[in-house]
Design a protein around this ligand. Structure first.
Ligand SMILES: O=P(O)(O)O[C@H]1[C@H](O)[C@@H](OP(=O)(O)O)[C@H](OP(=O)(O)O)[C@@H](OP(=O)(O)O)[C@H]1O
Ligand SMILES: Nc1ncnc2c1ncn2[C@@H]1O[C@H](COP(=O)(O)OP(=O)(O)O)[C@@H](O)[C@H]1O
Length: 685
């Protein structure tokens, strides 16, 4: 119970760059190297500055608005399910045709059994009407819109708790983080270049709206309806898909350079963009003015927003979850690790140890006590967490499914190697489109929308299937984690998030401004930007969200893992010094990058908050998939992104490929040099 293990492997490294050995893993070489594979930034692409108001109609992810601990997996299943009733969220329009990828014939409207659902699923219907729904009064009865999944075997994932070290220095002031390499004018020709210069949250939201929005409402409406038409068309075009997630498995060998042995290259990539002036994070430097706020508005931000005032594709948006507002220390649903009992885990909450980031939870509820990825604290083993049930071995396609990050309660693991993820329209549309895109091998197979207990879910492959006690890492990609739409909404209708304020304070009590402290709340973009600059998102274009290792140890506390060397240490520990795995990951990433660069889908979507899920196991299998498409939104045609251009408001760039370049570069630099490279480097030196 609660066994502590885990150390970052580098902590035992031989000083002085001597060869390092961990168990049977290959030696790491002490030669420092830095490979720069960064691709040149492409020229500005054709862009349409029109605000894509359709975003607000696309994905809306909602968490259970009144989550209890039972909701989060502590209660028994019956209680969980009961609690979920009445919190139906993110519903599709009643009359909408639901596409179930690959397992239906268009226009039939027939029921079909999804093979992957196993015994749980009784039926899936592709099209329903309001009348049908209206006739269904009993939540336990078959909902005729998209089918029913019985409750058997489903439980809500448990949350994983993060622990943050509040003693670390506060984040740097973001308003000053204009970093080298930025060339706004180059990218903003044809745009209103004053967008990022406006103070956010002016006293007159209408004025602000006018200044930041070029097109008229009529134009926007037109764009909205055209885009909706396009999307509707695409919804019917989904092709057959099956869960072929094993297609990404790879294999190789070698040794990894110890992160401590890698020196910083002069060619290190720095964030080429500008941190928007939304944020004033307090700077520890006495020379900095403190207590300034970005909320330059007469308008008093609302601390208890109306439920419908949410930002797109967000569970609670800038307005936040009302329930969370009322329950400030509720577990952050996005700071969780869930272990589904639909997987092969057997667990009781008593088995979990560690402290709780969201400190309202009792210690008994806490799942992991983690270091910050810098070696300051040791990781804590969740428990004798991975108790394989004998049953698990007899069931085909079952995995020890783990929810490493994201919103607690969003997932339910199903037999048949699939997952139910709380419905998000944006995600549904993306997954549908991805099923026919060249990116298909890099995303989970998608099987449409199913309904259970008045809640819609997207049904997708469990990517852990096929792995034996996998090690998992969630890496959030991109240099920006909030949509432009969210930013605009925050300006127009600023809503204070008490939960985010508290999350911020728990990590760094000095981070809030005086005003934020007085308000006991922060705006969502402010919080998101603070997280970006505290971690490696702003400087490297990605950040580690969580790592769970084969031995059951788990760390979701990488909020302050910012520096390249810190990231390397975490990665090194994740692969346990196994250079074979590292090479496989590198290969997969390079392949994915190449496909991304060519994918029309990718070029035409703003990709925010999406992650790469790294999975490997002791057998030497390793792969990476893209997950979380809740904030992957289509651009108004003919706008396209290169995903490397620094973001300035209006250009919608997200830094996804820039982050990938950096990630690939970091992984490459961890590999041992070939003799040729050693020679070349010594010659250069
Ligand atoms: O990781 P922490 O610091 O807890 O912050 C979370 C993550 O950024 C979530 O992103 P993700 O889901 O990608 O993990 C985000 O959800 P959105 O992606 O919906 O914006 C949450 O916003 P809220 O859901 O508004 O609380 C935010 O509170
Ligand atoms: N298809 C999948 N297969 C296996 N695990 C998944 C899959 N999708 C998500 N997960 C797990 O769930 C976590 C959260 O997923 P994500 O889609 O980011 O949720 P959210 O939308 O709530 O942020 C991931 O870190 C990963 O551990």
């Amino acid at each position: 119970m609660g066994q502590t293990r885990s150390h970052l492997s580098h902590s035992t490294a031989t000083p002085g760059g001597a060869k390092w050995k961990s168990n049977d893993t290959p030696h790491r070489l002490s030669i420092s190297r830095f490979r720069s594979k960064r691709k040149p930034r492409s020229e500005q692409l054709s862009r349409n500055p029109m605000r894509n108001k359709v975003l607000s109609c696309l994905g809306r992810r909602k968490r259970y608005s009144s989550q209890t601990e039972g909701d989060l997996g502590y209660g028994n299943e019956t209680a969980d399910l009961a609690a979920h009733r009445g919190h139906r969220a993110g519903k599709l329009p009643r009359d909408e045709t639901v596409s179930v990828s690959g397992e239906y014939q268009a226009d039939t409207g027939v029921f079909e059994i999804l093979p992957g659902l196993g015994d749980d699923v009784e039926a899936v219907q592709l099209t329903v009407s309001r009348e049908e729904k209206a006739g269904s009064s009993d939540a336990s009865c078959l909902e005729t819109r998209s089918g029913e999944v019985s409750c058997t075997g489903c439980t809500v994932p448990r949350p994983c708790v993060r622990e943050d070290d509040a003693s670390d220095p506060p984040a740097r002031a973001m308003e000053d983080q204009r970093v080298e390499g930025n060339d706004q004018n180059r990218f903003m020709s044809g745009f209103r270049t004053d967008l990022s210069l406006h103070p956010l949250f002016t006293s007159d939201p209408d004025t602000e709206r006018t200044s930041s929005c070029s097109p008229s409402d009529r134009d926007l409406d037109g764009g909205l309806s055209k885009l909706n038409d396009r999307i509707k068309g695409e919804l019917t075009q989904t092709e057959s898909t099956t869960g072929d997630q094993n297609n990404g498995f790879l294999a190789e060998s070698g040794s990894i350079k110890h992160p401590d042995q890698i020196t910083q290259s002069p060619s290190r990539q720095t964030f080429p963009g500008t941190i928007p002036k939304l944020i004033i994070t307090r700077d520890p430097s006495p020379s900095r003015s403190q207590g300034t706020t970005a909320l330059q508005s007469d308008q008093t931000p609302c601390l208890d927003p109306p439920a419908d005032d949410e930002s797109p594709c967000s569970d609670s948006g800038c307005g936040g979850s009302p329930a969370l507002m009322r329950s400030p220390r509720k577990l952050s649903t996005s700071s969780s690790i869930g272990l589904s009992s639909a997987s092969s885990f057997e667990e009781s909450e008593d088995d979990f140890t560690g402290s709780d980031i969201e400190s309202s939870l009792s210690p008994a509820r806490s799942l992991c006590s983690a270091g910050d990825g810098t070696g300051n604290k040791s990781w804590t083993k969740l428990k004798s967490m991975v108790h394989w049930s004998p049953l698990a071995f007899t069931l085909k396609n079952r995995s020890s499914w783990v929810q490493l990050a994201g919103h607690a309660g969003n997932f339910q693991a199903k037999e048949g190697g699939r997952l139910l993820k709380r419905y998000c329209e944006c995600e549904q549309q993306c997954l549908n489109k991805l099923m026919t895109d060249s990116l298909r091998p890099y995303v989970p197979g998608y099987y449409g929308v199913v309904q259970k207990d008045e809640q819609d879910y997207n049904l997708m492959d469990d990517l852990l299937v096929g792995f034996d006690s996998p090690s998992i890492m969630d890496c959030k990609m991109g240099s920006r984690t909030y949509l432009e739409e969210e930013l605009m909404k925050a300006r127009e209708r600023p809503r204070l998030r008490k939960d985010m304020y508290e999350k911020m304070v728990s990590v760094d009590p000095g981070a809030p401004t005086e005003e934020e402290r007085a308000q006991q709340g922060v705006l969502k973009p402010r919080y998101m930007q603070w997280r970006e600059t505290l971690s490696s998102t702003a400087t490297l274009g990605f950040r580690i969200e969580g790592i769970k290792k084969a031995d059951g140890t788990c760390n979701t506390n990488f909020k302050k893992t910012k520096q390249r060397e810190q990231v390397m240490k975490a990665l090194d520990d994740f692969v346990d010094g196994n250079v074979q795995i590292l090479k496989l990951y590198l290969k997969r990433l390079e392949e994915l990058r190449s496909v991304l660069e060519k994918s029309h889908f990718f070029k035409t979507h703003e990709v925010v908050g999406s992650s790469l899920l790294f999975v490997h196991d002791a057998s030497g299998k390793a792969s990476i998939w893209m997950i979380d498409f809740g904030k992957m939104v289509p651009l108004p045609p003919p706008m396209m992104l290169d995903h490397r251009t620094p973001w300035v408001e209006g250009n919608r760039e997200d830094g996804y490929l820039w982050g990938m370049d950096n990630l690939i570069d970091i992984l490459s630099s961890m590999l041992p040099q070939t003799p040729c490279e050693v020679d070349r480097n010594s010659e250069e030196a």
